[in-house]
Design a binder for this molecule. Structure first.
Ligand code: GCO
Length: 471
């Protein structure tokens, strides 16, 4: 279903969001880098997971992906040419520590130094995510996120990153969407490492919560002049009907999808009044854990794509709630079968802004996958442009109502490896031909470029202050 009706009515400009508003693009290491074994990189759980037949669409993998590892200079230059001056990317833990802990791979450190330095040289501010789902496989063999030792492994890793990059990286995110990597990876088994069931999910949740705060504390100590955040997936939850059962189901889904990871970090504990089975976490809790789950983040990154409609269901254990899939509801959807529903981002901004301990919010991901047709060298992805504009209007609405939102990153810069869905759903502002790796700016990318071109002053204080040798 195409909806371009509102396109002509978009008349917002970057300055409407405030002079200091951050505009950028987001990516993740495994989805773009490729070079899966190059220069001493160790195996991650994604390198392993993609080799299992039938787990990924058409058995695709990220071994080459966008070849960002070799093409990062071209990509960063392209970004610059599109007026984008904030770049969110993640570090691959196993590129830096091939076994997850112990010996550092200096080639991996050198690669990220090159990326960071080149960004700064181009006047692009790096925003670094420490963990975007690619746990070193060696650590998974010891239990991964289900093993409490992850706290020690993570501590090592964070210290190495802070030590090596903290002099130039001043914006950090500890985890990317802990709900997704624990839920899809340790409960449903549809993402790496493919583990299933509560016995994996429950300890993984708790250890992720502890690492989230631990990473924040280490960064604050080691890079005191940086801003530190963490990122959460979130979706507005609508009950299918006003019935008591559906409303209860919606409350449970909201606790699971939106509250589970932020609330312990704010000192509010786990939302176990809504989902009693979360009380099983107690088995893994030590007396000091509730306190150690708390960290005062400088900002919260929220990642919103859609909303979910939820109904009661007897057949779903523990939750008794089920998502009514968008294609069954006859609404406009993306290639991920996610409903296009701009008000969701407004509702999520309001919701997260409503927490007393949340100081600042950045939209660290928002975007959409559509059927992009490359015709005569052009991709006229009007649906994506319209999607971005309509979501931005909602961000603006929230901002003008006083919500502390101070940045927006499009997911994503180039088309890339979309996890279990492989290369089929294209989310990029820039098209990639995965045979030739040729990059072509889509119409949405051209729109973003001209939108960002209207910035009054392109401030990039960090970049100007940092003396990076050219060449
Ligand atoms: C996530 C991840 C991204 C995805 C994007 C689209 O939110 O799942 O951060 O890696 O690619 O969200 O699904």
């Amino acid at each position: 279903m195409t909806d371009t009706s509102e396109q002509s009515t978009f008349d917002l400009q970057p300055k409407d969001f405030g002079e200091d508003f951050i505009w950028g693009v987001s990516t993740a290491a495994y989805q773009i880098e490729g070079a899966h074994q190059k220069h001493g990189k160790g195996k991650s759980i994604w390198d392993e997971f993609v080799t299992k037949k039938g787990t990924i669409f058409q058995d695709q993998h990220g071994q080459i992906a966008c070849d960002f590892y070799n093409k990062y200079r071209d990509d960063i230059l392209l970004m610059k040419s599109m007026n984008i001056d904030h770049f969110r990317f993640s570090l691959s833990w196993s590129r830096i520590l091939p076994d997850g802990t112990g010996k550092v791979n200096q080639n991996g450190v050198a690669f990220y130094n090159d990326v960071i330095n080149f960004c700064l040289k181009c006047g692009i501010t790096p925003w670094v995510t420490l963990y975007h789902w690619d746990l070193p496989q060696k650590l998974e063999e010891l239990g991964g996120w289900t093993n409490r030792q992850i706290l020690d492994w993570f501590e090592d890793y964070v210290k190495i990153c802070a030590n090596n990059f903290g002099d130039r990286v001043k914006h950090w995110m500890v985890l990317n969407e802990p709900m997704v990597f624990t839920g899809a990876g340790y409960f449903l088994g549809v993402h790496a490492p493919g583990k299933k069931g509560l016995k994996n999910f429950i300890p993984a949740i708790h250890h992720a919560v502890l690492c989230q705060a631990l990473g924040g504390k280490l960064l604050r100590k080691m890079v005191p002049d940086s801003t530190i955040g963490t990122t959460f997936s979130c979706s507005q939850i609508t009950a299918r009907s006003g019935s008591k059962k559906d409303l209860k189901a919606a409350d449970k889904a909201d606790a699971l999808l939106n509250r589970l990871f932020i609330e312990p970090s704010l000192g509010l504990g786990y939302p176990d009044e809504s989902i009693p089975v979360l009380r099983k976490i107690k088995k893994y809790e030590r007396p000091e854990d509730a306190q150690n789950s708390i960290f005062e983040f400088d900002f919260i990154g929220i990642q919103n794509y859609t909303r979910e409609v939820v109904r009661h269901s007897y057949t779903v254990p523990y939750l008794r709630a089920k998502i009514v899939k968008a294609p069954e509801r006859n609404v406009q959807t993306t290639l991920m079968d996610w409903e296009v529903y701009p008000p969701s981002i407004y509702e999520m901004l309001k919701k997260f802004n409503g927490y007393k301990g949340v100081k600042k919010i950045l939209i660290t991901e928002n975007g959409a996958a559509f059927e992009d047709l490359l015709e005569e060298g052009k991709i006229d992805d009007l649906e994506r442009t319209s999607y971005l504009q309509n979501y931005l209007k909602q961000v603006y609405k929230a901002s003008s109502e006083g919500v502390k939102v101070s940045g927006y990153f499009v997911w994503t810069f180039t088309d890339n490896f979309e996890w279990a869905e492989g290369y089929y759903p294209r989310f990029g502002l820039v098209h990639i031909d995965f045979e030739t790796l040729k990059r072509t700016i889509k119409a949405s990318g051209k729109w973003y470029r001209s939108f960002l071109g209207k910035k009054v002053s392109s401030k990039n204080i960090e970049a100007k202050k940092t003396d990076v040798p050219i060449g």
